[in-house]
Design a protein. Sequence first.
Length: 248
Amino acid sequence: MTVALLLAGLGLILGSFIGLVADRLPKGEDVVLAPSRCDACGARLKPWNLIPVVSWVVQRGRAADCGARLSPRLPLIELAAAGVGLWAGLHHAGEPWPALATAVLGWQLLLIAVVDAENFWLPDILTWPLAITGLVAAWLLAPETLGGRVIGVAAGFVLLWLVGWLYAVVRRRQGLGGGDPFLFGAAGAWVGWIGLPSVLLYGSLAGLSLVLARVALRRPVDMADRLPFGTFLTAGVWLTWLYGPLGL
């Protein structure tokens, strides 16, 4: 339980960074050196305005300087990152290193999911590191699986690239974003080639669930609607990593 709480606390802190990167990266802004500023008035934020979740609650969801209403986006991301750490620690109770690896995976997936959901964009600067950390985790925790993970990277990329290419040929329009094959290849680095079908199935079910939810809420649904498939794939990677490929 101690490891789970530590990872949850670390997740709160990293959640702030995840939210910042997800906001600045699509805009081409510096994500490391530029100071945090109020989105409404541009005032530089003070250290006590940056305490994860607490600052937003104490300020009642309003900016400290100008009083503008703040979106709950950042505290929700921070709580999600804390939840990832807690989940990882509880899942690997008594195994701190596997728990840390799982938390690292979850935090990367959370960042990728947010960026894709908000921008329909999967940049290489996020998907390639996911593949690298997956291979490093395999090398450190289960070196006997490293070969299958390397095959998974290649198989994941080629499979989804072919799916996107065939869709474009048949429908004469793009059906997958250019970053989706790279994300699927990175998934293979974590779950191996044998876990890729489960990732795809989980991701497809997640996307279908969203469509059904929109239908149930009587919101318009069109075949041409764009969906952030990368966001759904991240859910598939997470579940497959934690609970193994379906049927095995």
